[in-house]
Write a protein that binds this ligand. Structure first.
Ligand SMILES: [Zn+2]
Length: 370
């Protein structure tokens, strides 16, 4: 299998993030993608290719131009306004309650403010999204990685893997958040729909609900969104991800959320995956975009599922058994020592190669930082 990688992600070198006001070491760090790249290269069965530049149009087909402008301008603007922190992170967000009782037309006309800190809130969801000097370039490159993986599949490959970083599935049409700036999977799915005229399914197996992907396709019938994730009753992003969210308008019935309890193990997860795959198999289309996260892993410092490396091989095998072509894009996963082995297992499963486990990773090195 070919996998698409760009070193541009290295410049998105976040050091800290905040959780409920506490500063902690960043979880979404360059080492994540480097671990995966190194393991896939060492495997010998994967071929690294660089991305091709697709320009801004595929991003603007999915995202508000204002969000794209913000991501491109924010760092320079923050420095010009003497915000000299190691990263730009908002503390004030325009809660919809701020505008309660005001007409939608009035609210839509509110200016986003000139303050870089205010703009970070205007276009943001949460305080887990540090923006640094290299963020804009990395976010653009991650989109090109995704679109290049899509090109490989549109060109006839059965499957391709895009090692996207930063991840994308929390980014909505006009909102960054949750380590995400541009929604790589949504941009790829939208581009595939436009290139083929066919329906596309997105299977999101990151630990978290992909609120951004759900929002982008909420009223569209041409993209089926299926997500397995931690129940928002206990986990980020809290306000979306429930089972009764099934889409509206033309998108009615094209959104399937499968929220799962803490402690979900291999067996329970595979049963949920089969439910998701049944929904995809029942819908038309030839290509599936996979939002692949490994924060479902038992040792993940953020997640509370109990999956093993071995089950990722079986997950990849079952997804490939759909018989559809796969554009597999990296989302989350924060237990760094296991990331390479977990990605390798999933992708080997998707290719029909045997699992052949690697020697155990050094558990505990980065086992928990919160
Ligand atoms: Zn996640």
């Amino acid at each position: 299998m070919r996998f698409v990688y760009s070193p541009a992600h290295l410049a998105h070198d976040t050091v800290t993030e905040t959780v409920m006001g506490a500063v902690i070491p960043a979880n979404e760090v360059p080492e994540r993608a480097e671990r995966i790249r190194a393991t896939l290269e060492a495997d010998g069965g994967f071929t690294l290719v660089g991305p091709t530049d697709h320009g801004p149009d595929p991003i603007l087909a999915v995202h508000d131009a204002g969000l794209v402008r913000f991501v491109e301008e924010a760092w320079r603007e923050a420095r010009a306004q003497s915000i000299n922190r190691p990263n730009l992170l908002a503390d004030t967000y325009p809660s919809f309650r701020m505008f309660e009782g005001m007409s939608p037309a009035f609210v839509a006309g509110r200016p986003e403010t000139r303050s870089a800190a205010g703009r970070a809130g205007w276009w943001g969801l949460d305080t887990a999204n540090p923006l640094v000097a290299g963020t804009a370039g990395a976010a653009r490159a991650a989109v090109d990685v995704a679109l290049t993986a899509a090109d490989l599949v549109l060109g006839g490959e059965r499957a391709a893997y895009g090692l996207c970083r930063p991840p994308g599935h929390h980014a909505a049409r006009s909102m960054a958040g949750g380590y995400c700036f541009f929604n790589n999977a949504a941009i790829a799915a939208d581009a595939i729909v436009r290139a083929t005229g066919q329906r596309v399914a997105i299977l999101d197996v990151d630990y978290h609900h992909g609120n951004g992907t759900q929002q982008i396709f909420w009223q569209r019938g041409d993209v089926l969104y299926v997500s397995l994730h931690a129940d928002p009753e206990r986990q980020y992003p809290y306000f979306l991800g429930r089972a009764d969210e099934t889409g509206e308008g033309q998108g009615r019935g094209a959104n399937l959320n499968i929220p799962l309890p803490a402690g979900t193990d291999d067996g329970a997860y595979l049963a949920a995956l089969d439910r998701g795959l049944e929904a995809i198999a029942a819908a038309p289309g030839e290509i599936v975009v996979v939002s692949l996260g490994f924060d479902t892993y038992g040792h993940d410092p953020i997640g509370d599922f109990a999956l093993t490396t071995a089950v990722y091989h079986e997950c990849g095998r079952r997804v490939a058994a759909l018989g559809r072509r796969l554009v597999i894009l990296q989302e989350g996963g924060y237990h760094r020592p296991s990331l390479g082995a977990n990605a390798r297992a999933w992708l080997r499963g998707a290719e029909g190669r045997p699992y052949e486990p690697l020697p155990a990773a050094g558990f505990g090195e980065h086992g928990s930082n919160r």
